[in-house]
Design a protein. Sequence first.
Length: 430
Amino acid sequence: MSSTQAYEYLLECKNVIGVDYDEDEDRVTVFVSQKRPRDCLNDEDDIETRVAEAGDDVDVSVVDSGYDEKREGFDALSTLEPMPEAAEDRQGRHRPVPAGVSEINANSTAGTGGPYPARVEDASAGTATWDDAVEAGDLVRLSNNHVYARSNAADFGEPILQPSPVDGGDADDEVGDIVGYVPIEDGSLVDAAARSVDPDRESATYFGLDEDWPTGVRREGYDDLRGSTVTKTGRTTGVTSAVIEATSASVRVEYPDQGPVLLRDQLVAGPMSEPGDSGSPVFLKDGTLVGLLFAGSSRQTICNRIGNVERELGVEILTADPGSDETVPVYRTTMDHTLEVDLDEPTLALESVTFEDELQPGETVDVSATVAGDPGRYWLGIDDDRATVSIPDGDGSRGRATARLPVSVPADSTGTLTVQLRGGPVAELK
């Protein structure tokens, strides 16, 4: 089975700064800094020639990224100068601090504060580097490495200002300090970092967006998002939207003092950002948090998959504000790629699985499974436990039903849990 990485050899071609493979369409999309006539290219820089020489029988689409000169990568948006003026009300001092307003390391220019609250689950689980003082259960706010950690250059404890220095922020505007980041290096999946918080001075709202967003966190199923509209809220351009063009792209991004760095597994959307928008949270139409914006050009916007941000940092993004004392349950809809689903009839489809409490070895937790199907009675089972649900008649259309079942977590479980869910129609015997 082909993947985007199988076509990274195209990054050797002049002007190529990103590639993405769409398995469903068997098509490679190639992002170039400048689109040039084929008769002006040497064979080693001609994309279609290289694909043919490699024996790859795929469709090829070449997309111009809108640069005026040869480039080796997209721009990391909060590293550019001069910095554009912030959108209205984004550059001011906000207390409590919402996501989507001006915020960055005190020794930098201007960026955007991203998702909050995120709870540290396991600081050793991903590829991040954390301050020794950080403990499981700590709350943090997220943004990009190049926003909070100055592209790997920051020391832990460096202050984060809201608003950013370019927008008038000074020592009196400190809202936290850098406590963790994923190093930016070739092969990275994310440009992400975390700062400390005082929960009394933080807001779980997203500036300019519906108060109930995020309605969820998209952790899996990104390949299905091509063609979907996404919306971001950020310091420079405020609330903007674009359509996702690629979902597993390998892109080169220009970082000062590092040059072009290869990042994999990225979402690429149309134009919806400018310098200073780095760190912006990105949502689907229904309010599901799907990405973390960090780079782009005049024609594309590059975002980390938010599921990769969680995994690489070892955090869980919460969909409610826990306040200073409140404990918020975590509703998980995936199990680190280990959920095995075996549904016996094609008329019944699994839509979601929600674990209604923390998963602890030796304990039993309730699971809510939602299925879609034709009207009728169905059974759903996990191990020896079985529940029956009815999908009502909706004028002949498919409907939904939810069953609740217990799951026992083995006492010796570590890291992942495999859950097998079975189901099918209930036959009427006569």
